[in-house]
Write a protein that binds this ligand. Sequence first.
Ligand SMILES: [Zn+2]
Length: 298
Amino acid sequence: MPEHEDYLIRVAALDGRVRALAVDATEVVARLAEVHDTTPAATAALGRVATGALLLGALLKQDQHLVTLRVRGDGPAGTVLASANAQGEVRGLIGNPHPEVEQVLDGKLNVSGAVGRHGRLTVVRDMGLRHPYNSTVELVSGEIGQDLAYYFVRSEQTPSALGVGVFVDRTGAVAAAGGYLIQLLGGLKDDEIEEMESEIAALPHPTTMLRAGETPEQILGRVFGDSFQVLHRGPVRFYCPCDRDRAERALRLLGGDALEELRHDEETTGHSDVVCEFCRTTYRFTLQDLDRLIEEAA
Ligand SMILES: [Zn+2]
């Protein structure tokens, strides 16, 4: 059996008047679930946010640009956040990976129960300028997909259909994850819009299609037949750019007094650990390391 390959495509349809993307992010979400040790509802919440970030990331103009999707609901999962770049690299985190809610409700993963039905969704685009571009909308359902579709209409005035999904099997493992985004860029006739809307309405859930072995191309083919042009096809993966230097910079930012306090607290353990909240990598600093940082801060 060939290895599973996560990838994303961006296509143009109807002479460029429609932009569409589809992504298979199964391995990405499996990795996120593993790194953050999430319960099924939390896996789905984080996975949907990460899939949304990948779709938004693929709309960035340059490789080093970054988009962050932050969902702050009133549910027990706390903040759910993911950042992706145009190269298909994504990382994420969830405030509480073990939210105390019914994990499955009415046969579906209880994402809105974990996230909360009220709160805010913020999209931050960092394009290397002094101020990142930042836009916030109220949550409409806490299911993420609808919230993101609302964001596109409200904040970007782009009519958009969006589906994101995560399927977790009985063992808690991620069996499928991915989604699609279809955007009307203008210049469409009413009958063209109606036809497309009925095709989109007839689309099965993203993970139903992925679990049936459909590729991103086949998913978009359900809406556009073979009349679309693939503009981009690239891998997506979990990736965290953290390293020891960044961890050390974070410690430096504490300043001399706080570092002294930290050194005092860690006297008995003999070291201080800095854990990356995105990938859970631990960077260990010895008392000697701390002494050096304190000296440099003075
Ligand atoms: Zn990291």
